[in-house]
Design a protein around this ligand. Structure first.
Ligand code: 6CS
Ligand code: FE
Length: 289
């Protein structure tokens, strides 16, 4: 069966702006007590929502201990799930972290996040991708601007925009230590990217992404329209953002690490097909099938 590609990307020599074909808040109008009306409206309008201190400091301490345990295990850190920084052997991301840790596994089902996501997507959800982004002090490198959906559509075969990323902050996220930056309202358009996806692109892109990144003119246009929001928040906060919200983060040359747990929930009705870009599917630890 051929599935229609509503969001073709990396196919044209110049960037195109396509209107979003999908809702943002799928449960629009349905009553709920897991989010306030104001929170729902701001997620719909901006494409993200920041909720301070959802988790206690002692819970966050445990998640950090778990990270230290995984990251310092020489056998584990040699695995392909452990992505290193582009210019060193320092751990940048641990993918499928919930497969290595019962604590992270349990966290994926915590109603403080799960119920919110399931409401917004109005469906049962499953983990599409789970990782911890370490952004260590002094050495953590940037993540260039991108829409996650662009990559998940082209390289993983995610058909529609019906997925939400959930960050749980494990350290202070300050303006200066490489915090997430978001472009409000960018989730309402799809900016196509230019360039052909190389084979086994993930081996480079997870360290430093160079394909599936938008052109500068489009980024300028977003910036001129709504500027940039730096998601500053204390440890234990939750940042929910739509799969198509344009985001990125700077490097971290401060002594203060910026470490976040990152879960992506996809609607069960939106499960992965063959990659729309025609490449072979990425490994399961990046895109669970
Ligand atoms: O490849 C992924 O799935 C994610 N990682 C990067 C660096 N960019 C796209 C997406 O967020
Ligand atoms: Fe991303």
């Amino acid at each position: 069966m051929v599935i229609e590609d509503l969001y073709p990307s990396r196919t044209e020599p110049t960037a195109q702006w396509i209107d979003r074909q999908d809702p943002v808040v799928y449960a629009q109008g349905k009553p709920t007590d897991v989010l306030t009306q104001e929170q729902i409206e701001s997620f719909d309008r901006d494409g993200f929502l920041i909720i301070d201190k959802v988790f206690s400091q002692s819970e966050i301490d445990e998640f950090n201990e778990e990270f230290e345990r995984l990251g310092s295990d020489p056998i584990l850190s040699a695995k392909e799930e452990f992505i290193k920084e582009p210019d060193s052997q320092i751990v940048r991301s641990i993918f499928a972290a919930h497969k290595f840790s019962d604590k992270y596994e349990a966290l994926t089902n915590d109603p403080r996040i799960r119920a919110k996501v399931d409401y917004l997507l109005d469906d049962k959800t499953y983990i599409h991708q789970a990782r911890i982004n370490a952004k260590p002090g002094f050495k953590g490198k940037e993540f260039y601007w991108h829409s996650d959906f662009e990559t998940w559509h082209v390289e993983d075969g995610m058909p529609r925009m019906r997925a939400i990323s959930c960050l749980i902050t494990m350290t202070e996220n300050k303006s200066y230590n490489g915090s997430l930056m978001l472009m409000p309202g960018s989730h309402k358009k799809f900016v196509t990217c230019v360039g052909q996806t190389p084979d086994d692109h993930y081996k480079d892109s997870l360290r430093k992404q160079e394909y599936g990144v938008p052109d500068q003119e489009s980024l300028q246009r977003y910036y001129d329209e709504n500027g940039i929001l730096v998601a500053e928040c204390p440890p234990g906060s939750v940042i929910l953002f739509d799969c198509n919200t344009m985001h990125g983060s700077n490097g971290n040359i401060t002594p203060l690490p910026r470490r976040n747990i990152f879960f992506v929930f996809n609607a069960e009705s939106n499960k992965l097909e063959e990659p729309f870009g025609g490449t072979k599917p990425r490994p399961d630890f990046i895109a669970h099938r």
